[in-house]
Write a protein that binds this ligand. Structure first.
Ligand code: MCN
Ligand code: MOS
Length: 767
């Protein structure tokens, strides 16, 4: 619970087991959000707040020759005009892998421009309006050079091979050449952008050398590290506050240049500064999913059994940065084949450095392989579902390890059953209602189980309530709720007796809420801490001189429904609050982490929580750990206009044990909704003359709205997976989006006979 003591009913338990982990509770942060009581970062207005706005380059490549600030400087209310000339020196920061920083200053305001929309100046004023007005008075002249707008420009070349991403087994080229059935096609996805409802921004305040930042964050400790390094202050002098995050989808995991600008400005004007990134600026202040293209060659028998996969992929990166969208991620995992070769290049172009967007890698990878396997099905005359089962991978074909659990067959079965797949007629254009061509498509998806250690504090308070504290975050996912459920279970109290505090770097450390790992890590850490707190309470109850259990001959006690009692009922049942009073304790506090015993030094802890250096790969150990899904989609395509509507989605999903079905279903559906937008709408359009994204607003960059979304049925087929995580869950947050776009493309082919290999599937491509 967050901030209030309301004893609301949070919903019904679906499984009859009251409120324990696994119950279908509504989000505990919901009431505060609905009442407007949840305070988001930019709603913090410390006294004497000044406002900053950024000025962005209007060229994509070249140098800033001069910045004329004369008019801006004397405009009403202006406190500071910030340019590369008067900017404070900042150090470079280590990256998220923890690699040591280059020995060069960090320049959040550019003199050398590498993309259109790069920050080059900023204005700080008394009011936002004054800052905007003054910013418009700044005159910048440039020496522009030629820019490479995208990776189709011949000057972009082939890019750099990413050798560590090479995947090879068997002899894929030879096997492909000899295969009786061969298909080879290229699949493309456009630039896609992160457009969470809450835009980016921050309020920064210095008190001496201590820095407080209110900023939405997926990774408070990682961002604090970067800020500490940029400003050369100790890590523990940076406090980031982020109790609520209005969506992030990957874009709020790392500190951005605008953060450096706001913090620098606050230092220079000696006042707290707020900087709100506008929606248009959020297309260049940080990167989204890079454009990708991949060629997939499948060699198969006449029955459609795979003999070989040859995969070549490229993604765009920036000219001075390094972004990889691993296009072989699903290709090398989904199907059994004796021969595979996968390569990836990154191609530098004049863009902001691309960044993570829900299921980076897996998402476009699945678009490729799940389209290609569908093409193979038609080429050999097989059913698209049957061909997937024919090529089912019984073990991880790349790591050559058993799956920890893989309920993908079950996902296909339950999805097909509920969807009615058996009633599908195979031929393209064979299903029709009036002027609507109906298509049914299927595709699979997967997402790995990532593992870092978590840390959590659990407190049993004098009144019998429980507090859980962690600097991890909840961006709408459900962290508050599932951690309350976890502690409630372990301590034998009702979940609404548990208050969860998140989103503040002064709390115990937490790793990134990215890679769909947080739920599994943090339930593990809270479970461990809560059990330790329970044991301490029981120990006191047995041994404390003034405990009512002193005379009960028991070597342990049980706690249920908030009462502590002897296991066989031979003694009193005492409410926790009463016991606390009797033994004179204000609280019992336990801090636990799930770090391996050998790596508990301060340095190791710092590395674990502020970088991803300690993240274990899904194949580290005896098993290969992944979540799985199968999407069945119906589309209706207007025979004259080519407009595509998704009219039905049924998905079978394996995320292992589900901690809260209501929330997990919401996550899967959210991913599927984003997948529908990706398939039909989303596309960053680059004006190639200026290498500028021109549809940088929500009127022109289309994402799915309610009217685009049909009934979506998600069915969990997961079973507890003890190898994947402490409490048996697997990844949830990003899984749902993986495989949706190819399922839709496959359905569009079935409806129309037109194979669209380039997202989004817009009507012009079907004309
Ligand atoms: N869950 C569950 N059972 C499990 C695992 C998870 O019930 N075995 C539920 C829980 O409610 C948990 C949620 O699913 O809070 C997500 O858990 P997890 O898969 O661990 O994902 P994270 O908590 O690490 O969240 C990050 C993930 C990522 S990486 C992206 S991108 C994404 C996503 O979550 N961005 C989101 N979902 C999002 N949802 C919202 N509303 N907004 C975003 O920006
Ligand atoms: Mo998610 S793209 O890993 O934050």
């Amino acid at each position: 619970m967050t901030g209030t003591d309301t004893k609301t009913k949070h919903g019904d338990a679906s499984d009859g087991s009251s409120n324990s982990l696994g119950a279908r509770l509504s989000r505990f942060d919901g009431p505060d959000k609905i009442r407007g009581a949840a305070r988001y970062a930019l709603e913090n207005h410390p006294a004497n707040l000044a406002h900053a706005v950024i000025v962005q380059s209007t060229i994509a490549a070249g140098t800033v020759r001069a910045i004329d600030v004369a008019a801006a400087q004397v405009a009403p209310g202006v406190l500071l005009v910030l340019t590369p000339d008067n900017a404070l020196h900042l150090d470079s920061a280590s990256n998220w892998l923890g690699a040591p920083p280059p020995d060069a200053p960090y320049l959040p305001l550019a003199r050398t421009v590498t993309f259109n929309g790069q920050h080059v100046a900023a204005v700080v004023a008394e009011t936002l309006e004054q800052a905007i007005e003054a910013a418009s008075l700044i005159r910048i002249t440039y020496d522009a050079t030629d820019a490479i707008p995208d990776f189709d420009d011949p000057r972009a070349g082939e890019g750099q091979p990413m050798d560590p991403m090479k995947i090879d087994w068997g002899d894929a080229e030879t096997a492909f050449a000899a295969a009786p059935v061969r298909i080879e096609e290229t699949y493309r996805t456009p630039r896609e952008y992160n457009v969470p409802l809450e835009p980016h921004g921050l309020v920064a305040q210095w008190d001496g050398d201590a820095l407080t930042i209110w900023e939405p964050s997926q990774w408070i400790d990682g961002m604090a590290r970067t800020y500490a390094e940029w400003f050369a202050i100790p890590f523990d002098k940076v406090r980031i506050v982020s109790p609520y995050v209005g969506g992030g989808f990957g874009s709020k995991a790392l500190a951005c240049a605008h953060g450096a600008i706001a913090i620098m400005a606050a230092k220079m004007v000696g006042r707290p500064v707020k900087l709100a990134v506008t929606r248009p600026q959020s297309f260049t202040a940080f990167g989204g999913r890079p454009a990708t293209r991949q060629t997939i060659a499948l060699g198969a028998t006449r029955e459609g059994k795979l003999l070989s996969i040859v995969h070549r992929g490229d993604n765009e990166t920036s000219v001075d940065g390094f972004a990889v969208e691993p296009l072989g991620a699903v290709t090398a995992l989904m199907y059994a084949t004796a021969n595979l070769s996968s390569r990836q290049n990154i191609v530098p172009v004049n863009t902001v450095l691309p960044g993570p967007l829900r299921a980076p890698g897996e998402n476009p990878s699945a678009f490729g392989i799940e389209s290609a396997i569908d093409e193979l099905a038609y080429a050999v005359g097989a059913d698209p579902l049957a061909i997937r089962l024919l090529n089912y991978a019984e073990e991880d074909p790349h790591a050559r390890k058993p799956w920890s659990t893989r309920q993908l067959r079950e996902a296909f079965a339950v999805g097909a059953e509920r969807f009615g797949w058996s009633r599908r007629t195979p031929a393209p254009r064979s299903m029709r209602e009036g002027n609507q061509l109906i298509g049914w498509g299927v595709a699979a998806g997967t997402y790995p189980v990532r593992r870092t250690a978590g840390e959590a504090l659990v407190r049993i308070l004098a009144d019998g309530t429980v507090e859980v504290a962690s600097s991890s975050i909840d961006m709408g996912t459900g962290t508050y709720t599932i951690l309350a459920q976890t502690a409630a279970d372990a301590l034998g109290v009702a979940p609404d007796r548990v208050r969860v505090k998140l989103g503040d770097s002064s709390l115990p450390r937490a790793p990134v809420a990215g890679g769909s790992q947080l739920a599994n890590l943090m339930t593990g850490a809270v479970h461990k801490a809560a059990l330790a707190a329970r044991d301490e309470l029981i120990g006191l109850a047995i041994n404390h001189p003034s405990s009512p259990f002193r005379d009960v001959q028991a070597n342990t006690l049980v706690i249920a429904d908030g009462r502590i009692a002897a296991p066989r009922g031979n003694g009193p049942a005492v409410p926790i609050a009463e016991l606390m009073r009797k033994i004179g304790r204000e609280q019992i506090e336990v801090l636990r982490d799930t770090l391996p015993e050998a790596s508990r030094s301060d340095e190791d802890r710092y590395k674990n929580f502020t970088t991803v250096a300690t993240m274990r790969s899904p194949t580290d150990g005896d098993y290969s750990l992944h979540s799985w899904c199968a999407h069945f989609v119906e589309v209706r395509v207007d025979a004259d206009f080519g407009t595509v509507r998704v009219s039905r989605v049924v998905s079978g999903i394996d995320s292992g044990r589900v901690y809260n079905p209501k929330l997990a279903e919401s996550q899967w559906q959210g991913g599927i909704i984003m997948g529908i937008g990706q398939a039909l709408l989303e596309e960053g359009i680059v004006d190639r003359r200026h290498a500028r994204v021109v549809n940088n607003n929500l009127a022109d960059y289309l994402i799915a709205t309610n009217a685009d979304i049909p009934d979506i049925e998600v069915i969990s087929v997961g079973i507890p997976d003890p190898h994947a995580s402490a409490l048996g869950g697997k990844a949830v947050g990003e899984l749902g989006i993986v495989g949706v776009a190819p399922a839709i493309a496959n359905a569009v082919y079935h409806a129309t006979g037109r194979r669209i290999r380039e997202l989004p599937i817009t009507l012009d491509k079907l004309m």
